[in-house]
Design a protein around this ligand. Structure first.
Ligand SMILES: Nc1nc2c(ncn2[C@@H]2O[C@H](COP(=O)(O)OP(=O)(O)OP(=O)(O)O)[C@@H](O)[C@H]2O)c(=O)[nH]1
Length: 603
């Protein structure tokens, strides 16, 4: 089905969550006959179960469609799916770089939301031809004219030719395909040059190893070629190349301008990094320059994961290793905690990534896990002139050696109806945000720009924002930089023993309220024991908050009706001794809720 290069179109769909990206992709596949309507499993592009359940797109996929346009010619349309969540911004930008155009899908009832803006900006930075699509026009609340105005005023994108569409009812699908053919430029690139291709995604297959998704910029790629990964320096002989149609279909050759996959018995996705450039091994390839913008995925949020049952430790290691085969952004290393035994310190791209990994470990690998409160990466400048990078409260240096501390900040955008501006601003203050500016992009709507500490966002920010704005706020952020911040580590002690897994790092002004709330919460949650439990929060040696869980008093004298008083006293003495011993060796069981309460405390 090889068509000339000028009849190839590489494009993607970008949208805010739930605006209908997957539904539209399904319709395009159906319309072009790429999949049979009967065979169509709902939303084929979202291949993972959890993705489907949560209705979010995490992994990208690429599908080739053959489309005969109204000009009578056959075109090759490559649809590249992009993940929709802020944790995966880097992956979004990689997949955009594999395209020349983007369908910008906006819900006709909801209008432009925070991720519409973020994704449109990424697409503009990648110099893509943007085709606005106003979806869900079948909804009674649809207001396509207002949404078109918003696209123009908020995104500065010409929306006079925005395509009205209902992905659900199949309206506007052909118009969209025609617009892709007419407006998206064909790929540039020279098939006669040495191979240069962008790895824009990959997945791990138990039999084939890593399947790398590539956009060929120059040259060609076929089975038997030896490829060289420029960033990692690794080389592999290619076993097979092909396209997704929508499942993997082997092909003889991938050519400049096209997209597809190859596999080459690569054992881990860390060897075939998203964003890396491949070329041919040997002298010819050495002269090829890497495509710009590569960086390895860097975990931003960390937490300790511990098996509930300590004998599951090796199983957890195996499960994490297996997941890492498919997820280059996941990091882990063994650690031990006095309170929780052996486990792993794990690093994630963001909160959603963390939740997904935990959920999959529990569901797919049948592991019961305890997770410690998430932490970001702090910079600690010490009095001896050195700087330490800390992602675990356990490694926080002693107070006297610290000169100053810094924490990561993000640039956040919040779009909200005017009625809720007060609620958002209040939250911004509580979360130590610095308001940058405020814009009124359309009647009744406000855009607020904030600088916020990342640590405040991983603490339940989005849920809070949603509940305080009755679900109307949309939110997006990107990492900006590190700023000075007076941070302290708060230790939590149960009967004077520090419970390392409950320690947290926090802004000095919030140490007291959070310490207090935490011990209060612990008091509520901890089951009473035969002995008294003392709960304390402390900075360094200084106690900042304390609570007591009183002992369950076993009524030892109940049986001694009227007996002599000395016997009663003896029994009471014995009970006291018992209590002491319990205290000394006492092992208080702390339920998972207690750990989660640290996270959920809010502010
Ligand atoms: N009424 C109506 N509903 C639609 C239309 N298109 C999509 N939907 C619904 O909107 C919801 C979200 O659609 P999806 O296609 O899953 O949205 P998405 O943008 O892919 O969401 P993510 O995968 O989370 O990014 C689903 O319940 C769809 O059935 C449409 O044209 N009209």
């Amino acid at each position: 089905m090889a068509v000339p290069q000028d009849r190839i179109r590489n494009f993607c769909i970008i949208a805010h969550v739930d605006h209908g990206k997957s539904t539209l992709a399904d319709r395009l596949l159906e319309f072009t006959g790429t999949v049979d309507k009967r065979d169509m499993q709902a939303q084929l592009l979202d291949q993972m179960d959890i993705e489907r359940e949560r209705g979010i797109t995490i992994k990208m996929a690429a599908v080739r469609m053959a489309y005969t346009a109204k000009d009578g010619l056959e075109y090759e349309l490559n649809l590249i799916d992009t993940p929709g969540h802020v944790d995966f911004t880097y992956e979004v930008s990689r997949s955009l770089n594999a395209c020349e155009g983007a369908l910008l899908v906006v819900d006709a009832a909801q209008g432009v939301e925070a991720q519409t803006l973020a994704n449109a900006n990424l697409a503009m930075n990648a110099n893509l031809e943007i085709i606005p699509v106003i979806n869900k026009i079948d909804l009674p609340a649809a207001d396509p004219d207002r949404v078109a105005e918003e696209i123009e005023s908020v995104l500065a994108i010409d929306a006079t030719e925005a395509i009205p569409c209902s992905a659900k009812e199949g309206i506007g699908i052909e118009e969209i395909l025609e617009a892709v053919v007419q407006k998206v430029p064909p790929p540039a690139g020279d098939p006669t040059k040495p191979l240069r291709a962008l790895v824009f995604d990959s997945h791990y297959d138990g039999y084939l190893g890593v399947v790398a998704y590539v956009r060929i910029v120059d040259g060609t790629l076929k089975a038997g070629d030896k490829v060289h990964f420029i960033a990692t320096g690794k080389e592999f002989p290619v076993s097979e190349v092909g396209t997704f149609a929508p499942r993997m279909r082997p092909a003889e050759l991938l050519r400049a301008g096209g997209t597809g996959y190859f596999h080459a018995a690569i054992k881990s996705v860390t060897d075939a990094r998203v964003g890396d450039t491949i070329t041919v091994a040997g002298r010819e390839g050495k002269a090829v320059e890497a495509l710009p913008g590569y960086r390895p995925a860097k975990p931003m949020v960390f937490c300790g994961l511990y098996p509930h049952d300590s004998s599951d430790f090796p199983n957890l290691r195996e499960a994490l290793s297996k997941m890492q085969l498919n997820d280059a952004a996941l990091s882990f290393e063994a650690e031990s905690s006095a309170a929780m035994g052996f486990g792993f310190r794990c690093g994630f791209l963001g909160l959603l990534h963390m939740e997904i990994v935990q959920e999959r470990l529990e569901r797919e690998f049948n592991l019961a896990l305890l997770a410690t409160a998430p932490s970001v990466i702090y910079h600690v400048y010490k009095t001896d002139g050195t700087m330490e990078v800390i992602d675990n409260p356990a490694n926080w240096p002693t107070t006297t050696t610290i000169e100053r501390t810094e924490e990561p900040y993000v640039d956040a955008t919040i779009i909200v109806p005017t009625d809720y501006v007060g609620a958002v601003m209040e939250m911004g203050r509580e979360r130590r945000g610095i308001q940058d500016r405020m814009e009124y992009p359309a009647p009744g709507r406000v855009m607020l720009y904030y600088k916020l500490p990342l640590a405040e966002i991983i603490m339940d920010f989005f849920d809070q924002l949603k509940s305080r704005t009755k679900g109307y706020a949309s939110f997006d952020y990107e990492l900006s930089d590190y700023s000075p911040s007076p941070l302290v580590k708060v230790d939590v002690q149960v009967n004077a023993d520090p419970v390392d897994a409950l320690s947290f790092i926090v802004h000095r002004d919030k140490a007291f309220p959070r310490g207090k709330m935490l011990v209060e919460k612990l008091k509520e949650i901890l089951p009473r024991q035969m002995f008294e439990i003392k709960l304390q929060a402390a900075i360094g040696g200084k106690i900042i908050a304390a609570e007591r869980v009183s002992a369950l008093r076993k009524n030892v004298i109940a049986k001694c009706y009227g007996g002599d008083i000395s016997r009663k006293r003896k029994l009471l003495e014995k009970q006291k001794e018992g209590k002491k011993r319990m205290k000394q060796f006492g092992n208080v069981e702390i339920p998972q809720e207690a750990f989660m309460s640290v996270l959920k405390l809010g502010n």
